[in-house]
Design a protein around this ligand. Structure first.
Ligand SMILES: *Cc1c(COP(=O)(O)O)cnc(C)c1O
Length: 345
């Protein structure tokens, strides 16, 4: 793994969006840039679906409108390193490092910065908070990427969480299977399976990321009994078409990864050039639903600004006329459905 170096991008088309080597330096001075050899090997030109996700773009510096923390995560943080927005689950930010810094990152303000990683004091305080809140049943490790931690540090955190009886499930959000698949080892899978029920949500955005290496990584985790989900971000010029999304979702199912969320871009400063309209997202869902296996259809969600939470949007249309519903099918046909009137409601 290495920090951004020019030998890697020299073979790319540096004319993409008027980016030059100087622009790369300017952007990298503000937002960290890092690639793995593996992920860089998937880039065939700077403006392909992989290049756009990982190579700096001058437009990151031109985004004046959007805010660095539109989801108000800092104000939902009762103790450092913890985000508590929903009653029964928390996000624990265990690392601010990633193998590759995605240009569209929702935590651009936080990742790769000089901020101290989670210290023992921060971890102990966060664990005490979870301990003191019995309503918390679900702890989501995020960051940065939790799998950037050494196995021993990860085990310390997981032991701490598992010592709290009211925590039912642990989730890990990680892009490591996609960007740094060699980090997924048999030892890591053996470690993680000691903490079941443990779920992993990974983050594939494009069918070209499904390779022999990422398949091997997902296989190791799935063979350890870890249910794998996927969170895709809808990205302009990367995956904003029905055709690409169909291939991505079908490809994920074939490597035992269940599409979970399709995220509308958060309004994070420095990422505005990746934004698509919500109509684009709805058309994509309409192009998946009914046409493909239901397993291949993620929930399309907007994480509303101000920390209001995720809301799922559907392209389906229902008209209500008393207890008679007229519902549009996936082929566009309108079909009537007689509902019951429930006296309890
Ligand atoms: C997304 C998110 C969760 C998890 O939400 P699910 O819908 O349960 O996957 C929890 N806390 C925060 C702050 C989140 O942003």
């Amino acid at each position: 793994m290495y920090y951004f170096n020019y030998t890697n991008i020299n073979r790319c088309n540096t004319d993409y969006n008027n980016n030059t080597i100087d622009h790369y330096d300017l952007v990298a001075a503000r937002y960290p840039v890092k690639l793995t050899d593996y992920y860089a090997s998937l880039v065939t030109s700077a403006d392909d679906a992989i290049g756009k996700q990982c190579l700096p773009d001058i437009r990151e510096l031109e985004d004046e409108e959007q805010k660095s923390d539109p989801l108000s995560e800092s104000s939902l943080s009762p103790v450092p390193g913890l985000i508590h927005r929903y009653p029964d689950r928390v996000v624990l930010l265990v690392s601010n490092r990633c193998p590759v810094y995605c240009r569209f990152c929702m935590r651009k303000r936080h990742v790769g910065s000089g901020e101290v990683p989670m210290t023992k004091e921060i971890l102990d305080t966060a664990l005490r908070y979870i301990q003191e809140h019995p309503a918390i049943h679900d702890v989501i490790l995020s960051g940065g990427d939790p799998l950037m931690l050494a196995d021993a540090s990860l085990a310390t955190i997981l032991d701490g969480i598992r010592a709290i009886p009211h925590v039912a499930i642990i989730r890990i959000g990680t892009r490591v299977p996609v960007t740094f698949p060699e980090r997924i080892t048999g030892d890591l899978a053996d470690l993680l399976k000691r903490y079941h029920p443990l779920y992993i949500n990974t983050h594939f955005n494009h069918p070209d990321e499904i390779t022999a290496a990422s398949r091997r990584a997902c296989n190791l985790l799935a063979d350890a009994g870890i249910p794998l989900g996927n969170q895709t971000v809808l990205l302009k010029g990367v995956n904003d078409s029905v055709e690409i999304m169909r291939r991505l979702m079908a490809g994920l199912l074939a490597i035992r990864v269940k599409p979970y969320y399709l995220h509308q871009m958060d309004l994070v400063k420095g990422t505005a050039h990746f934004r698509t309209s919500v109509l684009t997202g709805l058309k994509i869902i309409a192009g998946l639903r009914g046409h493909n296996s239901g397993l291949a259809v993620p929930h399309y969600v907007i994480d509303l600004p101000g920390g209001k939470g995720k809301v799922a949007l559907l392209p389906d249309d229902v008209r209500f006329d008393g207890n008679l519903l007229t519902i549009r099918t996936y082929t566009g046909e309108w079909v009537q459905y007689g509902d019951i009137i429930d006296p309890q409601e």
